[in-house]
Write a protein that binds this ligand. Structure first.
Ligand SMILES: C[S@@+](CC[C@H](N)C(=O)[O-])C[C@H]1O[C@@H](n2cnc3c(N)ncnc32)[C@H](O)[C@@H]1O
Length: 428
């Protein structure tokens, strides 16, 4: 095994252990410690390996369990899980994987080196497992804090279908800057999706794809692209994107010709909005502030509020999330969303539009949030016309002006992120 592959595998083990042992998100763990010293290609490799291992983890555990008398410490278990996924899910040659995993345990210092011979013995048994067994293992279940909530909200068949979608992972979706999905799909060999995104099913290096450097498109899940499409910003309209970073929706609003203020509380994340705007040759007024404190100079035509949320709709892409977050802090998020909604309404001119969205599967961050908002503001109108569009599937509709998107929808096309979208309007 090359030195680079070895460091990528060690880094992957650190990442998995950071998520399962310390409750960190992969994105946070990637920016820490030895991982920052890795070459970009090794970091990408480590991230892919860690992501796939977290996605398949219950299956790896089912294979490992009979061979382990008790659970070893998180860093050791991470190495065993990764090697199991490599051998049985990714089809890697067993002798190479076992040797590399044992080397990783030896090189891991006091946390793991005393487990090298145990690792060797266990992984040899895993290597002798018939690979056909893997596909017969049950679809991994979500951790109970989330599974219980989804079961109550959507029922058992839907929850299982979402779990299957999480296991399948996600394709790469792009939003074309000029709105011509057919042309971009032809250029890159992808599929133009209803609504205007382009889907690529063959994974590749994003920055190597045609039109990346010239900013002709940006990466954005097809569901994440819908809120800004429903807002339908018109050239010259004054629009605020209240939780803007990293800026996918800001780019859409700016590309539509609106006069956009992109606001986010995080300077670091706002730097990414600036980078993305620069690459795509688009402009917005950037403000780093707490959305709850911000006031525009004049009332706005429209506000897009993509509020901070549990992000449970994005587990296809971020399988670390249910393991890392453990369901803590949800009440605070629900309360913040309600405050943000109330504040957003104060920024609109009479007749102004509000699109609220969350990449969440929890009704508390969607349907219930809007029901409570309408109780507090009985004059608020559902913007039914905003969702009166031919590409919206009937199963997405969740009441007047509202869409509920789930990862198990569009299964034949490769799924879609979970999202809730509400289109609202002040009386004129
Ligand atoms: C769901 S993400 C936004 C994604 C973004 N709209 C996009 O499409 O790329 C939520 C954002 O809200 C920001 N945020 C959290 N609390 C905030 C607050 N009080 N005021 C403004 N932004 C906030 C976070 O920094 C994060 O970037």
């Amino acid at each position: 095994m090359s030195k680079d592959a070895h460091s990528a595998r060690m880094a992957a083990a650190d990442l998995v252990a950071a998520v399962t042992g310390e409750g960190q998100l992969l994105s946070d763990a990637l920016g820490q410690g030895a991982l920052t010293a890795l070459a970009p290609a090794d970091r990408a490799r480590a991230q892919r390996l860690a992501t796939e291992t977290l996605r398949q983890m219950p299956r790896a555990d089912a294979v490992l369990k009979p061979f382990l008398r008790r659970s070893p410490p998180a860093p050791v278990l991470a190495v065993l899980r990764i090697a199991t996924v490599e051998m049985l899910a990714l089809g890697a040659a067993p002798h190479g994987v076992v040797g590399a995993a044992v080397d990783t345990l030896r090189a891991g210092g006091i946390r793991t080196d005393s487990f090298a011979s145990l690792g060797n013995a266990v992984l040899r048994k895993v290597a002798a497992t018939d690979p056909a067994v893997w596909a017969t293992l049950p679809v991994p279940e979500l951790p109970s804090w989330l599974r219980g909530r989804l079961m109550s909200a959507w029922g058992k068949p839907a929850t299982r279908a979402m779990e299957a979608a999480h296991l399948a992972g996600a394709p790469l979706d792009l939003t074309p800057k000029d709105g011509d999905a057919e042309a971009l799909a032809t250029q890159l060999g992808g599929e133009a999706l209803p609504g205007g995104s382009v889907r690529l099913t063959v994974p590749g290096q994003v920055s190597e794809l045609g039109g990346y450097a010239s900013g002709d498109w940006w990466v954005q899940d097809a569901a994440a692209a819908m809120p800004a499409r429903l807002l339908a910003a018109q050239p010259g309209e004054r629009v605020a994107d209240l939780c803007a970073a990293p800026g996918g929706k800001t780019l859409q609003l700016a590309a539509a010709g609106a006069e956009v203020t992109a606001l986010d509380i995080s300077q670091g994340r706002m730097d990414r909005v600036a980078e993305n705007l620069g690459r795509c040759g688009l402009a917005a007024n950037l403000v780093v502030a707490d959305a709850l404190d911000w006031q525009p100079e004049a009332l706005l035509d429209a506000v897009l509020l993509d509020a901070p949320c549990s992000a449970t709709g994005t587990i296809r892409r971020h399988p670390d999330l249910p393991h890392a977050k453990g369901g803590y802090g949800l009440r605070e998020l629900f309360a913040l969303q309600a405050q943000m909604l109330d504040h957003a309404l104060t920024l609109l001119r009479p007749g102004g539009r509000l699109v609220f969205c969350t990449c969440s599967l929890l009704p508390e961050e969607g349907e219930q949030q809007i029901a409570h908002l309408r109780d507090r503001h009985p004059d608020l109108l559902a913007d039914v016309a905003a969702t009166d569009l031919p590409w919206i599937a009937p199963e997405w509709r969740a009441g007047d002006g509202m869409l509920r998107l789930r990862p198990d929808f569009w299964a034949d096309r490769g799924g879609i992120d979970g999202f809730f979208i509400a289109c609202l309007r002040l009386p004129g």
